[in-house]
Design a protein around this ligand. Sequence first.
Ligand SMILES: Nc1ncnc2c1ncn2[C@@H]1O[C@H](COP(=O)(O)OP(=O)(O)O)[C@@H](O)[C@H]1O
Ligand SMILES: [Mg+2]
Length: 250
Amino acid sequence: MKEEKETAAVEFKQVEKYYQNKEQKVLNGVSGSVPKGSILTLVGPSGSGKSTLLSLCNLLITPDAGQVWINGKEVRSWDVNQLRKYVGLAFQSGTMLPGTVEDNIVHAARLHHFEIDRVEKFMERVHLPTSLLKQNAQELSGGQKQRVALARTLVNPSAILLLDEITSALDISAAREIEQLISDIHERDQKTILWVTHDLDQAKRMGEWTWLLAEGQVVEAADTHSFFHHPKEELTYRFLRGELSGGQRS
Ligand SMILES: Nc1ncnc2c1ncn2[C@@H]1O[C@H](COP(=O)(O)OP(=O)(O)O)[C@@H](O)[C@H]1O
Ligand SMILES: [Mg+2]
C-alpha cells in the first residue's frame, strides 16, 4: 500500500498554458500526480500538449495558470539550476555536439557542474563499448546516438527523468534496447520517469501509470493495465483503436 501522504515526485494542479493568444489553450486544466519512483507513460494525439507538459517540469517554460509541484515545491520556487539537476530531460533527436563521444559526455557534465571520475562508467550504463569514446559523435548510428544522448542525460544523477519520444527515430530492436536500459536505470536508481511516447505498445510495456492527453486535457489517468485493458472513457477506446491521430503500434 502506498502511503497516502507521501510527497508526489510531480504534481500538476489545474495547469494552463497558452501560446500566441489566449484563444489556443495548449494545456487546459491539467491535474494529476506522479508517485515517486514510478513510471508514467504519456500518450495522446500529436499536438495534444505532451511535450509542453514535460517542459513545465524543468522550467523550460512556465505555466500561465495553475501550479507544477516538483518534490513538494512549486517549480517557480526552485533555483533553476538545482531544478535541472533534479529533473533530467532526454529528447527524441539524440543530436550530437561536434567532437567525440567523450566530448559530448564531458560537456554534459560541465553544463551541470558535475565532476565525472570515469567517462567509461556512463558508456557502460548505456551498453556502449568504451572504444567508441574517441569516435566522432556525428558518425554514430541512430541507435548509438540515442544511447550517447541518454548517457549525457544520465551524467546528471537526477531523481526525475523526462523522456520525450526518445525511441521514435529507432527501429524496433534498437527501441527495445533503449527500453531495457531505461528499465535497468529505473530499477537501479528508483528514478521517477515521465515518458512521452507515440508507441502504444511501448507505453503498455513500460508504464505503471498511463495518461491520455487530448486537446490539452487529461482524458484518462489510470494504472497502465486498466488503461489498456479496461479504459473508462470512450475517447480512450477510440484512441486505442487508432481513430485519433498520434497513436501507433510498433
Ligand atoms: N513554442 C511554441 N510556440 C507556439 N506554439 C507551440 C509551441 N510549442 C508547442 N506549440 C503548440 O502547442 C500545441 C501542443 O504542442 P506539443 O506540446 O508539442 O504537443 P505534443 O508533444 O503532444 O505533440 C501544438 O499545437 C503546438 O503547435
Ligand atoms: Mg511532442
